[in-house]
Design a protein around this ligand. Structure first.
Ligand SMILES: [Zn+2]
Length: 123
């Protein structure tokens, strides 16, 4: 695990929770026109995504929420703060700015390059 101080961990936890709530609100308002917002249960929704709505709209947020959930879990384990690709530290500043970051900046660049300019583009 990356060598964070107690104070840094507290800040990272707060950043994770804040981002998570922001995403929850975004998804909420995007689905408000198809759902009764007061009655909306996100976990329930994720288990039964209806066929009649455009899920691409919320896919990005849902993916990020899952990454945040993973990070929150890692926060209590040994892996938190380490890049999932190379194992080096992701870095406190980067994590604070991007709480869902799973890779260090170098691996993220490589990942995006491979994803966007791979030998078999999907588009
Ligand atoms: Zn890395």
């Amino acid at each position: 695990m990356a060598n964070f101080t107690e104070n840094q961990l507290t800040q990272l936890k707060a950043a994770l929770h804040k981002r998570y709530l922001e995403l929850q609100n975004e998804i909420h308002s995007e689905l408000a026109h198809t759902k009764d917002a007061d009655d909306f249960d996100l976990a329930e929704y994720l288990n039964n995504i209806p066929d009649d709505i455009d899920t691409a709209l919320v896919d990005r947020q849902i993916n990020e929420m899952r990454e945040l959930e993973m990070s929150m879990k890692y926060l209590n384990e040994l892996e938190f703060g380490d890049c999932i690709d190379c194992g080096n530290e992701i870095g406190f500043e980067r994590l604070l700015a991007y709480p869902s970051a799973q890779r260090c900046i170098q691996c993220q660049n490589q990942y995006e390059k491979a994803f966007l300019q791979g030998p078999n583009p999907t588009l």
